[in-house]
Design a protein around this ligand. Structure first.
Ligand SMILES: C[S@@+](CC[C@H](N)C(=O)[O-])C[C@H]1O[C@@H](n2cnc3c(N)ncnc32)[C@H](O)[C@@H]1O
Length: 224
């Protein structure tokens, strides 16, 4: 039943094309050093990736935008990096910044929900992308994409707004906020939660955003 008292009742849902166009517009018109998710150095992500994977591992950065994560991973000797984003412009910005080093990275322009490549990755990293999936249907599709593209024993590192005091919106879009329990409900039994914690991100304008980070290990699909 529709809850007409919900503050989101009047916001029509975007279709896939409108959703992609939203992100194209963000990267074509905004100074992304000023957007709320900007980080000069993605320190939390690097700490987790360095803890859970060696430089030989293959990493997919999901919804990488123009984050500095690939730059920093290359500096640290990681050489099997793929960056995916729904916005071609975002990836172009990153490629231009990296210059020649961009040839060392694989690039995929796609909605993560449509990801279909003929390979798997050892590590799946997602900062502030999964939280835009605010229907159970889309969350299940995301899980399905993850299952299809992660090696057995591979790790998924997912950070998004926390159900405990995290913002309700990101880039003007309503998000689904999570905690350990909601992540367990969605990702078990195929995934085991290895670690789960909250961390505050300070935005360029000095605000605080409470993130929930979840590290999951893929155990496979059992007897199927
Ligand atoms: C909030 S930004 C975070 C960017 C980056 N992860 C970071 O931490 O700086 C969300 C990014 O995910 C991308 N994105 C959003 N939804 C997506 C989807 N369904 N599939 C692929 N990329 C998506 C956007 O284009 C944008 O680059």
């Amino acid at each position: 039943m529709v809850d007409e008292s919900s503050p989101f009742f009047l916001i029509p849902r975007m279709n896939r094309v409108e959703y992609r166009d939203h992100w194209e517009q963000v990267f074509q018109t905004k100074d992304t050093r000023q957007v709320s998710w900007y980080q000069e150095v993605p320190a939390q992500s690097l700490t987790l990736i360095e803890r859970f994977c060696t430089p030989g591992a293959s990493i997919i950065e999901v919804g990488g935008g123009d984050s500095r994560l690939p730059d920093e991973l290359l500096l640290r000797g990681y050489e099997n990096i793929t960056v995916l984003d729904i916005s071609n412009t975002a990836l172009e910005v990153t490629r231009n910044r990296l210059g020649e080093r961009s040839n060392l990275v694989h690039w995929i322009v796609s909605n993560v929900l449509d990801l279909k490549v003929d390979r798997t990755f050892d590590v799946w990293h997602d900062r502030a992308v999964f939280h835009f999936l605010n229907t159970v249907e889309d969350q299940e599709v995301y899980k399905d994409r993850l299952v299809n593209h992660l090696t057995i024993d591979g790790m998924a590192i997912i950070g998004g707004f926390s159900a405990n005091d995290g913002p309700f919106k990101c880039s003007g879009l309503e998000v689904a906020r999570h905690d350990r329990s909601s992540m367990t409900d969605l990702f078990s039994p195929e995934f085991e939660i290895v670690e789960s914690f909250e961390a505050v991100h300070t935005t360029p304008s000095g605000g605080s955003q409470n993130f929930q980070w979840t590290i999951l290990r893929f155990g496979g699909l059992g007897d199927e």
